[in-house]
Design a binder for this molecule. Structure first.
Ligand code: ATP
Ligand code: MG
Length: 374
């Protein structure tokens, strides 16, 4: 899978640019706040329909402009692909995949797959559960349009159900209305829990072997999905759906008082352990980074397994976060068969060994210059 080129109009600090990329390695250099991450974000946006650092499209619109456009030309084994996303200031969004208009964002899924690794991903281990849930959601959504669609439905149901809980608390609605919402919540929620658990099991196997390589067999990584619905109780005659529904019923009065839904995949987490001890609480900073790196690299292998092709790897400033050993490992990946885009403020030290293999670009005030061919 390759990104051949992107063209941006009024995207963040880019007025109008078109860039052709190297099929192996693209190094984006430049000082702070020049637009390096914006390029990676635009590739991520074309692939997923969302920004990795903003939930609102209008933040991507160049200040004072009325629309922005992102176009990506790429290649999969099955042939050329083209993605065009046009967004107006009023939020209206037009999506075209391979010259055909598409209605839903989930129609974009699988056109181009990406794995983005940024300094915030170092928070995968020590940050809040929402970061770990997001890790799984982005991963699974890219290989399953149905998951993407179910997640959107689930989030809508949660927000409507929470409004209803508050209305019941204020005696504006009757409690009986919750029954219908509970059934819908369980339908989508149980599917999301099962899918996350299943995918995480595959990722764990891959992450363990990567982790073992990076630590030269010294450490053993364990990762598991921990749901707010007790999955261990699932057995003959007791489904996850039954347990989920029962927990909603048992907690109903508390939920009405609090006005929030307390059970479901939106409250779940992932535990990460080395040798049986939680890395979040007991791991050193180095161990936490190695775990995050192993999990991100496992994402690449997982997508390869699911789609038959390696995704695009976007590395935003992560080299500076890693020590020599881990850098070396990551450079081997960048040096391999995966098309990579890396941003850095200083190309010289870190990327010296590999820069001749790709193209080096200089990014300056929303302009991008091709400065060296590999
Ligand atoms: N909506 C927008 N319209 C115009 N400019 C924007 C918009 N959003 C962000 N910018 C500008 O984009 C620049 C930041 O770009 P980016 O985050 O890509 O920097 P960077 O080169 O990755 O820097 P660093 O090395 O610090 O990470 C800033 O100058 C910011 O003012
Ligand atoms: Mg940046």
């Amino acid at each position: 899978m390759l990104v051949r080129s992107i063209a941006l109009s009024n995207y963040r600090n880019y007025k109008d640019i078109q860039v052709d990329f190297d099929p192996h390695l693209n190094i984006l250099t430049g000082g702070n706040a020049q637009g390096k991450t914006n390029i990676l974000e635009a590739i991520f946006y074309a692939a997923t329909g969302k920004s990795h650092r903003s939930s609102f499209d209008n933040e991507l619109l160049s200040w004072g402009e009325k629309f922005f456009k992102v176009s990506l030309r790429g290649e999969r084994r099955s042939g050329e692909v083209k993605i065009e996303i046009y967004v107006k200031g009023d939020g209206k969004k037009l999506l075209k995949v391979n010259n055909h208009y598409k209605k839903k964002l989930s129609d974009l899924i699988g056109t181009i797959n990406v794995v983005l690794f940024s300094p915030e991903d170092m928070m995968l281990v020590k940050g809040s559960p929402s970061i770990r849930r997001r890790f799984l959601d982005i991963e699974i959504s890219q290989v399953s349009p149905f998951y993407c669609h179910s997640l959107a439905n689930y989030n809508r149901i949660i927000s409507q159900r929470n409004n209803l809980l508050k209305a019941i608390r204020e005696q504006r609605e009757s409690e009986g209305l919750l029954d219908v919402w509970d059934l819908q919540l369980v339908e989508y929620g149980a599917y999301i829990i099962k899918k996350r658990d299943e995918v995480l099991r595959s990722i764990v196997q891959l992450a363990r072997s990567i982790h073992s390589k990076i630590t030269e067999g010294r450490e053993q990584l364990d990762i598991s999905y921990v749901s707010s619905v007790d999955m261990k109780k699932v057995g003959p005659g007791t489904s996850l759906e039954d347990l989920f529904l029962k927990k909603l019923r048992d907690n109903r009065s508390t939920e009405i008082v609090k006005g929030i839904t307390m059970t479901g995949p939106h409250r779940d987490d992932i535990t990460i352990e080395i040798g049986g001890a939680g890395v979040k609480s007991f791991g050193s900073q180095g161990q936490q980074r190695t775990c995050a790196l192993s999990m991100k690299l496992a994402e690449l292998e997982f997508m390869k397994r699911e789609t038959g092709e390696y995704p695009i790897l976007l590395l935003d400033d992560v080299m500076s976060e890693l020590d020599a050993e881990r850098r070396k490992y990551l450079l081997e990946v960048v040096n391999g068969r995966i098309q990579s885009f890396v941003t850095t403020t200083g190309v010289e030290e870190v990327f010296q060994p590999v820069k001749h293999k790709g193209r080096v670009f200089e990014v300056k005030k929303g302009q991008i210059f091709h400065v060296q061919e590999g």
